[in-house]
Design a binder for this molecule. Structure first.
Ligand code: FES
Length: 106
């Protein structure tokens, strides 16, 4: 599966990941800057906040209760494209994803 990370400074990271990999895990292990993943993927820190590109929004699972709560705690402003990167897993039905990385997570 392929994930494209667009950074605020215009740089772009493109990663090839195994199905079953979350956006947060992909970024952290792939050395993509701007995604922290402090809580390790428990939907408890909001430092994996990403803005999902419009064309992929409809392909994502519903926002869970924990995610909903943490999305109100993001450092960068929450928008209709905001999701937690640890709650989005690449793979079946989502072979490709493009996100914008917020300028700051902490
Ligand atoms: Fe902590 Fe996603 S890694 S909320």
């Amino acid at each position: 599966a392929k994930i494209t990370f667009n950074h605020a400074d215009g740089l772009v990271d493109v990663l090839d990941v195994e199905p079953g990999t979350s956006v947060m895990r992909a970024a952290v292990t792939g050395g993509v800057p701007g995604i922290v993943g402090e809580c390790g993927g428990q939907a408890m820190c909001a430092t994996c906040h990403v803005y999902v590109r419009q064309e992929h929004l409809g392909m994502l699972p519903e926002i869970g209760d924990d995610e909903e709560e943490m999305l109100d705690c993001t450092v960068a402003e929450r928008t209709s494209r905001s999701r937690l990167g640890c709650q989005i897993t690449l793979g079946e039905g989502l072979g490709e994803l493009e996100v914008d990385v917020p300028e700051s997570q902490v």
